[in-house]
Design a protein around this ligand. Structure first.
Ligand SMILES: *Cc1c(COP(=O)(O)O)cnc(C)c1O
Length: 438
């Protein structure tokens, strides 16, 4: 045991940049979680990344397990992605007209995914989900949607809702500026609760357009659902004429080309993508059967558009990335690396009697400061345990390991993480845990 804290890394430049940023942006950031509100210190301003490493404005180097919140499954500055993007840059940034690149990326996606027949590209996960909801409403001619507490689906109005009290409740807005009348169309229930689903469909018979769930909920801890539950969800939606939307913005191309749909072997009605699909550039997509997608304009009357949708530079990054991911054994090898890494940490915590459980799937892992090994619902997470993560996060940064700045965030391992990177991380994690539990 070495339970002495390391000295804090220098953040002088980051702090200076942050002060300036606060003059320009609310909270000094362009996306709230980046503000480091849940951990110690000012946010680090990142200057560059290469493979699994990032460097901040003060020259500190880190092994990165945030990976831009998931998109960078190949790590930073991947040579093939960089070359594809560079080649496209010389041909133009945007035309607002179709390009062959869109066909190429679509073919890569559709020919490797038996759960989809047609897709539409957009520019973010939020946009993909927002469009999927509109499609579900347009197709079913119903208005209500059901979401789960602990699942994040981007920041569109219908989805910025949280559960009220009670088994089945209309959502309460989780952001100012969302009209109550919008939140009234969204019903929020707990994950892993068949009774709640049954009650929803009894209470709102013939009113529910869709139920939306994260393929594997990974935005509020990693809440891996059972196959039995997801099967039940599939059946009850089908029986009630409601669509099932799998939000695979994280799990898509993370667990494999067929994401969580293949993990459960379930046919969702609509699937949404983001993050990895653009190889690090802003791309999202939603897809479904030909029949459902024929409702989308210009074929159908569900309107959805985008000036920069299918952007050629972003498409070229996505194509380069997905071509690498499509290689045999890519996913099995990355999952095996992750499993070995997590197992070593789990063994260490068991040997020392530390209250830490590490749910993992594919190349995703989460530090859950609990002994509960079957954590499947948001209300099973003890908010007080986040204090432990806060300490761990500081100790890890001081040892050159960069994790998401909140204990609710999962970690990602990329194909660029080397044995050496992971050994360094393990040692840092062991030492940090000694301090957390010391
Ligand atoms: C990140 C995420 C979103 C939102 O995507 P953005 O690109 O940030 O708009 C939606 N759903 C899930 C499951 C996500 O993880």
């Amino acid at each position: 045991m070495s339970n002495t804290s390391y000295p804090d890394i220098s953040r002088a430049k980051s702090a200076e940049l942050f002060e300036k940023a606060k003059q320009y942006f609310p909270g000094g950031v362009n996306s709230p979680v980046r503000a480091f509100k849940s951990v110690y210190g000012t946010p680090l301003f990142i200057e560059r990344g290469d493979k699994a490493h990032i460097w901040d404005a003060d020259g500190n180097e880190f092994v990165d397990f945030c990976c831009s919140w998931g998109p960078l499954i190949l790590g930073h500055n991947n040579a093939q992605v960089r070359e594809a993007v560079t080649a496209q840059l010389g041909k133009g940034l945007s035309f607002g007209a179709p390009t062959a690149l869109e066909n190429e990326l679509a073919e890569l996606i559709l020919s490797n995914n038996k759960y989809l027949e047609k897709i539409r590209f957009v520019s973010s996960g939020t946009e993909a989900v927002m469009s999927a909801i509109r499609l579900a409403r347009g197709y079913t001619k119903r208005d209500k949607i059901v979401k789960f507490e602990g699942c994040y689906h981007g920041h569109s109005d219908s989805l910025l809702v949280k559960a009220g009290s009670g088994l089945v409740t209309f959502g309460e807005t989780s952001s100012a500026g969302v009209p109550k009348s919008f939140a009234d169309e969204t019903i929020v229930i707990a994950l892993n609760d068949e009774k709640a689903l049954q009650t929803v469909f009894e209470q709102f018979k013939d009113q529910i357009a869709a139920v939306i769930i994260e393929g594997i909920p990974a935005n509020n801890g990693l809440l891996i659902q059972t196959k039995a539950y997801i099967n039940f969800l599939r059946q009850i939606t089908k029986d009630n004429g409601a669509l099932l939307i799998f939000d695979e913005v994280i799990t898509g191309f993370r667990l494999g080309f067929e994401g969580a749909a293949a993990y459960y072997d379930i046919q969702p009605d609509i699937i949404t993508y983001g993050k990895i699909i653009g190889g690090g550039m802003p791309v999202g997509a939603y897809g479904a059967s030909k029949e459902l997608m024929s409702c989308i304009s210009p074929d159908g009357n569900v309107y959805q558009a985008g000036t920069l949708s299918g952007n050629p530079v972003a498409m070229s990054a996505g194509i380069a990335a997905l071509n690498i991911l499509a290689q045999p054994d890519f996913y099995t090898s990355l999952a095996a690396t992750t499993a070995t890494f997590v197992q070593a940490i789990q063994e260490y915590t068991e040997q020392h009697g530390y209250e830490l459980n590490i749910p993992t799937i594919g190349s995703i892992f989460w530090f859950a400061f609990t002994t509960n090994t079957e954590i499947r619902r948001a209300d099973q997470i003890d908010p007080a345990s986040m204090e432990k993560y806060k300490v761990m996060h500081r100790e890890l940064l001081n040892r050159g390991i960069y994790m998401g700045p909140s204990g609710y965030e999962v970690g990602f391992i990329s194909a660029a993480h080397t044995e050496e990177d992971l050994e360094k991380a393990k040692k840092a994690i062991f030492e940090s845990l000694d301090i957390v539990f010391g």
